[in-house]
Design a protein around this ligand. Sequence first.
Ligand code: B12
Ligand code: SF4
Length: 475
Amino acid sequence: MTEIKKRVLLINVPSRRGKSGLMVPMGLLYVGGILERAGHSTKIYDPHLNDENLTLFDRGDYSVLDEILEKYNPDIVGFGGIASSYGRTKKLSGHVKKRSPSTLQMAGGPLASVYTLLLTNTKVDVIFHGETERSLPLFLKKFCDGVSWSDVPGISTRCDGTMIRNPLAPQIENLDDIPLPAYHLIDLKAYDTNMMYLLTSRGCTNKCSFCYRHMKGHRQNSVQYVINHMKFAIDTLNFSTFSLLDELFNANKQWVLDFCDSLEKEKITISFITSMRADKVDEFLLKRLKDVGCTEVLYGQESGSDIILNEYRKGVDAKTNTATTLLTRKQGLKCPVQIVIGSPSETPQTIEETTKFLINLGKGVLSINYLIPYPETPIWEYVEQHHLVPDVEQYLDEIAHWGGSPVLNLTRVPDNIWRTWSFQIKTNVRLALLKKEGKTAEYLSLLIVGKIALFGYSVLPKKIIQFVRDRKVYG
Ligand code: B12
Ligand code: SF4
């Protein structure tokens, strides 16, 4: 019997407002690879591409989608995104149901973390948890054969009026067995990037309190697989700059060194940026990375306070973060500092420690985000225990709107102080650096402007601050 092929439309559901969410949908490209290997036809629709700021889309103008539904006539529509894509998934799901009632609807990726909401309030029929290289082909086989699929591992669905969630499918042991992402399903140039996104591993060895870990353990592709993936990107897609999106690139030091050796041996000239853990780095490793084209390393330093780092379960202390950041910069590699503030134990004292930590690191790119608890993370348990989010749907919409800005105060510090922290840290670090450089005039003007702004920040009503922030650059 010849297999019936299905048409699957995958939608990259925006998780943020405006154009800040435009990015290559890696998860969906992997799903595309799985679907095509199983013989199904696949299309990806990314609302950002016709409507960069989502102006029409967020007003409910789904004409582009309607045209695709009309012409492509999918058997299945799949929604991919993160938890904050939920609100838009709900709207899209209702729309697809109206236009195309018999089309099966599925969802996956970190969006699956809000499966109870999806199964209660949307028309999504089935949700895939964890990686889907095993569960999706199994599901599609049953779907094509017209037999019940509710026992497929790794899914949740409605069954006889109740919600069920099956245990996860076993993960792929050898990551080299998975198909390459189906890059041909999108127009990479439309994503306005000169960098090709690429993964060399899945998972992480740790479990920080704010991190959503839907893949267990840490697995790595072989060096040869990654080299072949890069050669494909260079020869076929014309990219020689890479962003290695791994959660943890340096779980295995020897692997990284072998990777560097292979790039040299095969005379592959590239540049790349990557994310590593600060406690697993030494001078030789950084030097080798620099030799073979690495330009920037991200560590996620998170805080300058060991109290907060412990609460985050980061497994790295501030001293190590300082030493590694400085060592990385010494090797000529860019090393932005990424801070997350607002853990339950955060106080003016820990904020002061973080400020000192940053001053110590000197000049460099700095990003400060407020801690945003996501469902199914350890910090979410704290949120639930303390009943801090009475309306999860509304909360998800808020985090989609505000990104890493202050949304939910987890600390014991009053809101009007808590919300000034990011501004306070940035101002105080800049002041200290200006002082060090002897730039007295700039120092004095920032001191005055900073004090006025800080006062305004702490006394103005939240609505006015949000109005002003809404009109500023997002982030
Ligand atoms: C790289 C990365 C980024 C990059 C994005 C690059 C890109 N092009 O996507 C950058 C740095 C820009 C980024 C930004 C953010 N990120 Co991010 N990011 C990641 C990271 C580390 C890897 C993502 C990835 O490519 N994974 C590899 C692919 C293959 O895995 P996958 O997407 O899970 O897909 C598999 C399955 O889930 C499934 N699947 C995926 N989609 C679908 C769809 C369907 C229909 C089906 C059936 C199956 C399916 O099949 C795939 C193959 O098995 C993840 C961590 C992680 N483990 O996923 C966080 C992660 C996705 N990010 C997260 C967050 C919170 C953010 C930010 C909001 C952070 C912030 N405060 O600004 C922003 C928002 C970005 C946005 N979309 O608007 C969270 C999401 C949490 C949650 N519960 O929703 C994660 C999970 C990090 C974490 N561990 O907490 N991110
Ligand atoms: S080290 Fe990074 S990827 Fe690993 S658990 Fe912590 S935040 Fe998540």
